[in-house]
Design a protein. Structure first.
Length: 124
């Protein structure tokens, strides 16, 4: 099976700043058809994972993806508070499809959102 790993494990950023997440696979993700079947998912707290990028297409304006073979990068040009959550890279080049190793997903923390949460908790 292909093993997927990510770095960093956590990424605190201030809204408006850029962010970058790296993903590495234990084998090449280039399929026999020449395509690279790599996906990025975002799971926001309390929600199900949502497909963010599939095969480097349909990328939201602030997001970009790059890489080849075994090394890939997800970049956010300007982080927004709504981007906070768990980011997963997955592959479907080879069966079984694999997601990253347990507990190596990247948690992107938008600091302004955290501060708002703390203030709300304090007021409660």
């Amino acid at each position: 099976d292909i093993v997927m790993t990510q770095t960093p494990l956590s990424l605190p950023v201030t809204p408006g700043e850029p962010a970058s997440i790296s993903c590495r696979s234990s084998q090449s993700l280039v399929d026999s058809d020449g395509n690279t079947y790599l996906c990025w998912y975002l799971q926001k707290p309390g929600q199900s994972p949502q497909l963010l990028i599939y095969k480097f297409s349909g990328v939201p304006d602030r997001f970009s993806s790059s890489g080849s073979e075994t090394d890939f990068t997800l970049k956010i040009s300007r982080v927004e508070a709504e981007d906070a959550g768990f980011y997963y890279c997955t592959q479907s080049t080879q069966l079984p499809p694999t997601v990253i190793q347990p507990r190596t997903e990247t948690f992107l923390l938008a600091l302004a959102q955290l501060l708002l949460f703390l203030v709300a908790q304090e007021a409660a």
